[in-house]
Design a protein around this ligand. Sequence first.
Ligand code: WT7
Length: 572
Amino acid sequence: METTTKPNIGSYDERVKGSPWALAEEELGYKPGSDINIAWYCTDRICNMGKAAKTAFIWEGMGGAEKRYTFNDLRLASNTFAAFLQGLGIKREERVCLFLDRIPELYLGFLGVLKAGAVAQPLFSAFGDESLLVRLENAQTTAVITQRKHVGKVRKLREKLPCLKYIIVVDDDGKKPLQEREVAFSLEQAKPVEDFKCADTKAESPSLLHYTSGTTGMPKGAQHVHYSLISQYLTAKWVLDLHDDDIYWCTADPGWVTGTSYGIIGPWSLGVTSCVLDVGFTSESWYQFIQKRRVTVWYSAPTAIRALMKAGDEAVKKHDLSSLRHLASVGEPLNSEAVTWSERVFGLPFHDSYWQTETGSIMISNYPGLKIKPGSMGKPFPGITATLLDLQTFEPFTEAGKIGLIAVKPGWPAMMRSYWNNEEVYKKKFRNGWYLTGDRATRDMDGYYWFVGRDDDIINTAGHLVSPFEVESALLEHPAVAESAVVSKPDEINMEVVKAFVTVKPGFIGNDDLTLEIMNFIRKKLSPLAMPQEIEYTPLLPKTRSGKIMRRVLKAKEWGQEIGDTSTLEND
Ligand code: WT7
């Protein structure tokens, strides 16, 4: 398990002195002002570099089903998808949603949307109709690419979505007739398009919309551009340390930003083989996958690591995991125990990395070759100027150990360019010339960052952000709910889960039956992640004098903390 591979980053301390973005541009052969299309870089360019026959993508589904694609296959499939979309009349910069399980069409379709010059909008396939509706409405999405099992959810929303011209079904079997403006497209049956003129997008052309939860208000679409490639390529190279002979596994779903930035763009722009497992999580299925695919680099999340820890050391020992060379993690605080555990059982530590949907690429991280302090997120990526801002004044400070807001100097390539249709909220993300992440941390004498918590009420469950506001809004639509407050509650595996405090309307009784009914209601409307794991009925909710519900009081109770200063809240 000892690795002899030389880290791509070389020396972190040397790299922070250089101009990394210029270096990435040079390596990619990109000249400012010229065309840049992420999908072209991930396919055609790699083929042009003599890797057309190299395996790009190994997909595994239920029961060991397998599909393999070379870089030339990726090139052809994305051409074919793009030509089909253009044939339908999809125009440049129109939003095309990918509402798919982790099937190959999700990955190939994503590249096809980009090659057509449209904006890819991946949405998690477990989203319920309400979650789907607000995101498709906000983005004024033109087409949704989906599969038979999900088409009903989209169909139901049609009347509310005047901009939606097409529903594209990738696995239609002809058994049930499609309805008006629904079209079937089968990659396997379509004639491969050998020559396709990839959209001549430029650095600032929009590429991608990823929706993320807000503290108040509806989800916001972080809008990215093709130039993000520069950051994603270099961070995948230096943080994930991807080498030409690696077999890389990113466990994230492309419905979330990790699954696109590092499940698609990072590895393929580097011409690296990437594999995907489209079956539910069990420690056994994951270890078997690593063993069978000879995974070398593994990018995962603390929730999964904690679940693996719980499954025990014996489960690890039953498998040959000696192919593993480099491990990294993202999405939530990575406990120091998880780092020491992985060192013990895999002979390799997990390298924590910190970033967000909005940042598009890794901001703060641990690097191969740099000392890991277990429990710390590490140091800013070369080319990223990060700091901590005083909680009150928003002024940067350097004191070690003091809690501040994590902030980043704008201007890195993968930074979001706006929130779609929501410039106002976007502007609020900046203060004194800094981009505010909304997270709190401390920094030590050596410049390592230590995550403290979020600066808002957003719930991070299993690495996914859930807005209390969105859940509260959905709860209000249930006939029994008069009022509600949604907060996080600690959870051993998922770090946090959703808990709802509910006051019921007259004539309703808060009992187990109602709890089950409400849970199901939210699961179907929003998603399994947003579903409250616990509902507590209460005749009254703590409120400010102006009538605003004090989530903070309820949250403190859940976490066994002091309630703290509520005087400010009372004047809210
Ligand atoms: C939020 C971003 C892009 C990663 C996937 C999630 C939390 C992320 C860490 C970490 C502690 C972390 C933050 C951040 N977070 N990484 N290493 N340690 N917290 O993207 O859904 O936009 O969530 O996840 O709170 O703001 P996201």
